[in-house]
Design a protein around this ligand. Structure first.
Ligand SMILES: Nc1nc2c(c(=O)[nH]1)N[C@H]1C(S)=C(S)[C@@H](COP(=O)(O)O)O[C@H]1N2
Ligand SMILES: [Mo]
Length: 318
């Protein structure tokens, strides 16, 4: 029997496997984090009353939804999160994201577009009819959920800003405000969190701008008030609390690829045949279930998206 020292237990069970921190780095990050959060109140960001007060327009059910799978309970969707701006532990975001202020909010859409525009969140909610999209979400760490998101295809926004012929990629930037986000004080990632897609990936109907889940506005810990969801890619491609969307000519630098280029690539398509350097990606644990299930190529969305990658070596473009 092996006896774990407290620090070993802490760093393996509190820190996401995404990130490998040595003991000294971990202790420093943990100290900075608890200093920054002070007394943590619990809650799901906005109080239930405040969330209920912001009514989303009715969402129609989408034919693009995944069917035949049980939804992950709301409780798990809102208490088992990765949102490093609020700490690296799975329950840090639900405990500290009440500090995020999702109203007022605006999103700057800029770069290679004929009609750059700053969208107020209220206008964003009404840009296109809202749909309920049930998608599988597969984290690169090896767990997955099935979540009824509310939103619309990102292409709806793209149409309205008219990208120029130079627009080859889209970059999504998350909020980085140390006043609202205690984890920003931890020097573990290059803030602001930034992710990106190739233009054809961004235009794919499965890619959504997401403003809610389970019929209500997004809880803060899931990326209020607006995030991206790309269901065939590992979860970290789906940036939360977006403040800027930039159309660019060159492949943008992305947070996880900057942090560890050997472990995280730009594409990050779910692929059970390409292992993470530190673990296999062949299987996953569906949150709430016992045992493991096989991970599906492109997270099960291959029929819809495989053609985007025809002829590409997916071991090279991981
Ligand atoms: N800004 C930001 N976006 C983020 C993250 C993050 O730390 N910061 N974590 C990512 C990861 S690793 C995953 S798995 C998903 C988790 O989304 P969920 O907590 O809503 O399930 O959000 C992604 N988006
Ligand atoms: Mo993740």
């Amino acid at each position: 029997m092996s006896i774990k020292r407290p620090a070993a237990i802490l760093s393996s069970e509190i820190t996401s496997p995404h990130l490998y921190l040595n003991r000294r780095q971990f202790m420093r990050a943990a100290a900075a984090f608890s200093a920054a959060t002070g007394l943590a109140a619990t809650g799901i960001g906005l109080s239930p009353e405040a969330r209920a007060a912001i009514k989303l327009p009715d969402a129609r059910k989408s034919a693009l939804s995944t069917t035949g799978e049980d939804l992950t309970p709301l409780k798990d969707v809102t208490t088992y999160n990765n949102y490093y701006e609020f700490g690296t532990g799975k329950d840090d975001p639900s405990e500290t994201a009440h500090k995020l202020r999702p109203r007022p909010w605006s999103v700057a859409v800029e770069g290679e577009v004929a009609k750059p525009r700053v969208f107020d969140i209220e206008d964003m909610l009404k840009l296109a009819p809202l749909e309920e999209r049930v998608y599988r979400m597969r984290c690169v760490e090896g767990w997955s959920m099935v979540i009824p998101w509310v939103g619309y295809s990102f292409s709806e926004l793209v149409k309205r800003v008219q990208p120029t012929s130079k627009a080859k990629y889209v970059q999504f930037t998350s909020l980085a405000d140390p006043e609202q986000m205690p984890g920003i004080r931890m020097p573990i990632l290059d803030w602001p969190y930034s992710e990106g897609l190739r233009m054809d990936e961004a235009m794919h109907p499965l890619t959504i701008l997401c403003v809610g889940l389970y019929g209500e506005v997004l809880p803060n810990q899931d990326g209020a008030p607006v995030r991206v969801v790309i269901p065939w890619k590992y979860g970290f491609k789906s940036g939360k609390s977006i403040v800027k969307i930039r159309f660019v000519e060159e492949q943008p630098k992305t947070t996880w690829a900057l942090a560890n280029p050997r472990e995280y690539g730009f594409y990050s398509n779910v692929n059970p045949q390409v292992d993470h350097p530190r673990w296999s990606q062949a299987k996953e644990r569906r949150i709430g279930e016992f045992g493991k299930r096989a991970t599906l190529m492109f997270n099960g969305y291959g029929d819809q998206v495989a053609s985007l990658y025809a002829g590409m070596d997916l071991k090279k473009y991981y």
